[in-house]
Design a binder for this molecule. Structure first.
Ligand code: FE2
Length: 388
């Protein structure tokens, strides 16, 4: 998150001697994005950071994409996706392009290893479950509704408290940040923003581990997974400061922007990234013009593929969609409420829907796993009645 934070013990001056009680030096590490021209943090380690005792290639990790076929609206059922493993192992990529990979993870175990994605930001939206997100920057408890935003290069581990947890995942080789239009020239969130810095949760607990032994770190980089074995615990940081660190924003802290007539999708925008945006649909009052139509109008998202993960509530404009489903309304044809939904929405005062939407500026490809979860009848959901 682009504001300054510090935790633990750090020396007064950067790049100066900082010693352990036994007189030896702590090891300074500068972690910076875009060749140290973007956000960065400085961490002070107990052990020398490059120490790795074993390396092993665990194979390719890029999603396997398939031909899209004729352009059409598509939907995918994720309720019964595989479970039985930890969040990283359970993750199934469903849609993606060079800007972003979207997936789901239904986990039932904590991670007994550490993980680092060195080629992308990862955002884990917690639909169900709770636990602790641990990293070298400190720990944060997580719960339903949290967007856990993890910058490139962060070494982390997720420990589940609940028996099972469900996530919608976003992986992108760019930064996730609040939209520019909600920030002033100093990066501070403005008064018309749907959330403020107070809503952002930061690592507040820093535990320094100095244990020796064998510690496994799995690293995603160059579209492959590498296993490293360290001879020390990777969370050996005694202090750090800077702008680069994981943070959490809960969807319930998103204050909906409503109006007399229907508000367009940018009103729901929560984050921006390179070539896509993330939006939150949250419980809210509907439009209050006496003749307002609360459902969206038909719309052609001319050059934007639209993905929605349906989390809770009755989605006002959708038929054929169940909880945990994902819809993909690709560009190239209009979409809108199915027959009868517009009429049914008139006079409704509020909605309890909860959904996460990702709009990408370039077309998304489907993975083989997405095909297995597809609801092929979805495109026909607009065909009931006479169509008038
Ligand atoms: Fe739409």
């Amino acid at each position: 998150m682009p504001f300054y934070h510090k935790l633990g013990r750090i020396p007064h001056k950067r790049h100066t001697q900082f010693r352990k009680p036994d007189g030896n030096l702590y090891r300074e590490e500068v972690m910076g994005l875009e060749g140290f021209s973007s956000i960065q943090s400085i961490l002070y380690h107990y052990f020398l950071p490059p120490r790795v005792t074993k390396t092993e290639d665990l194979g390719p990790l890029s999603p396997e994409f398939v031909e899209f076929g004729p352009i059409r609206h598509r939907a995918f059922k994720t309720a019964q996706t595989k479970t039985g493993t930890d969040p990283i192992s359970a993750r199934t990529p469903l849609l993606g392009n060079k800007d972003v990979i979207l997936g789901v993870a239904r986990a039932s175990k904590s991670m007994d290893y550490f993980y680092r994605n060195a080629q992308a930001y990862e955002t884990w939206w917690v639909h169900e479950g709770s636990g602790e997100f641990r990293s070298q920057f400190g720990s944060m408890p997580f719960k339903k509704g949290d967007y856990i935003v993890i910058p490139f290069g962060t070494t982390w581990q997720m420990v589940l408290e609940s028996k099972e947890a469900r996530f919608f995942t976003i992986e992108n080789p760019s930064q996730i940040e609040p939209p520019n239009r909600y920030r002033n020239e100093y990066g501070q969130l403005l008064e018309h923003a749907p959330y403020s810095e107070r809503d952002i949760r930061l690592p507040e607990e820093l535990e320094t581990h100095t244990e020796r032994g064998e510690f496994e770190v799995r690293i995603k980089v160059r579209d492959r997974l590498t296993r490293h074995v360290l001879d020390h615990h990777p969370f050996d940081v005694v202090g750090w400061d800077g702008y680069l660190y994981p943070w959490i924003f809960n969807i319930e802290d998103f204050e909906p922007i409503t109006g007399r007539v229907h508000q367009p999708p940018p009103a729901h925008q929560t984050f921006q990234a390179h070539n896509f945006v993330v939006c939150s649909f949250v419980p809210r009052l509907f439009d209050y013009h006496p003749d307002a139509i609360p459902t969206p109008y038909n719309h052609s998202n001319i050059n934007s593929d639209e993905v929605i993960y349906y989390a809770e509530g009755n989605f006002m404009s959708r038929k054929g969609i169940d909880q945990y489903d994902i819809s993909l309304h690709p560009y190239g044809l209009p979409h809108g409420p199915q027959p009868g939904m517009t009429e049914a929405s008139i006079g409704k005062k509020e909605t309890h829907e909860l959904a996460v939407m990702v709009d990408t500026f370039y077309p998304l490809y489907l993975t083989k796993s997405a095909l297995d979860l597809e609801k092929p009848e979805y495109m026909n959901s607009w065909l009931e009645g006479t169509g008038e």
